[in-house]
Design a protein around this ligand. Structure first.
Ligand code: SAM
Length: 224
């Protein structure tokens, strides 16, 4: 799967994706990550990507021309949807990440300042995605969150596929409490059942814990 990211800060991505599961996926050629500097698609001496908003108001707005040109230069190499990251977009969750992992690629456009000229949304983007109901200063961190969530679902990226089946929000009850050695630390003991060697009992305990956790979570959501 191929990820192309349009951003004014391409250097932010290297250090994050050199590491961990996604970094290994890139090294093994299962996924590709390409960043594109929006300023490379400007034609003026100052390489200006933003301008004042029509109608007045604070801040600056990302101009449409460099975004259209950047995406058009990527299109021959990436047939996936054009994702615009915006706080008011569709909320990213595990279901949406799973849906996007089936795409051949994603072209991700990161906003900055007051946002992006709306013609990018209406005439270029095919999806608008938010990582949550809060406002960050740019789309780069949301893009990293999106890439990480989607890339780990691409077959072969996570070494042991059983890890994915045991993730929270998978179809099976999952997300139970995990423990490792030592069996007791500062008077805090690991539940006896996990040391019992009785795999059927362990399985039942884990399922019960996972269901309890998810119903606790649902109850908290209802009460909020
Ligand atoms: N004035 C805009 C608003 O209230 O919707 C906020 C613009 S924000 C400072 C700049 C950029 O950060 C946005 O264009 C978007 O690309 C990105 N961004 C900020 N919060 C985000 C979120 N929760 N999800 C996805 N992208 C976000």
């Amino acid at each position: 799967m191929r990820f192309d990211v349009v951003t004014i800060f391409p250097a932010m991505f290297g250090p994050v994706f050199e590491h961990g599961v996604v970094g290994r996926g890139i090294d093994r050629g299962i996924i590709e990550l390409h960043t594109h500097d929006l300023r490379e698609h400007t034609h003026d001496r100052h390489r200006q990507v933003d301008d004042v908003p029509f109608g007045g108001g604070p801040g600056m707005v990302i101009k449409p021309e460099p975004v259209f040109e950047a995406v058009e230069s990527i299109r021959p190499h990436n047939a996936g949807p054009v994702v615009l990251l915006e706080p008011w977009g569709e909320r990213l969750d595990q279901r949406l990440a799973t849906e996007l992992a089936a795409e051949p690629g994603l072209i991700i456009v990161c906003g900055r300042y007051e946002g992006i000229d709306d013609r990018v949304r209406t005439a270029l983007a095919t999806r608008e995605i938010s990582i949550g109901d809060y406002v960050l200063s740019g789309g780069e961190i949301p893009a990293m969150v999106l890439i990480d969530a989607v890339a780990r679902l691409v077959p072969g990226v996570v070494g042991d596929p059983a890890s994915l089946a045991h993730d929270s929000f998978s179809d099976e009850p999952a997300g139970w409490p995990q423990f490792t050695r030592p069996a007791e630390y500062r008077g805090l003991a690991v539940p006896d059942v996990l040391l019992s060697g009785d795999h059927a009992r362990i399985e039942r305990w884990r399922r019960r814990q996972a269901v309890e956790r998810s119903s606790m979570h649902t109850k908290e959501l209802k009460e909020s």
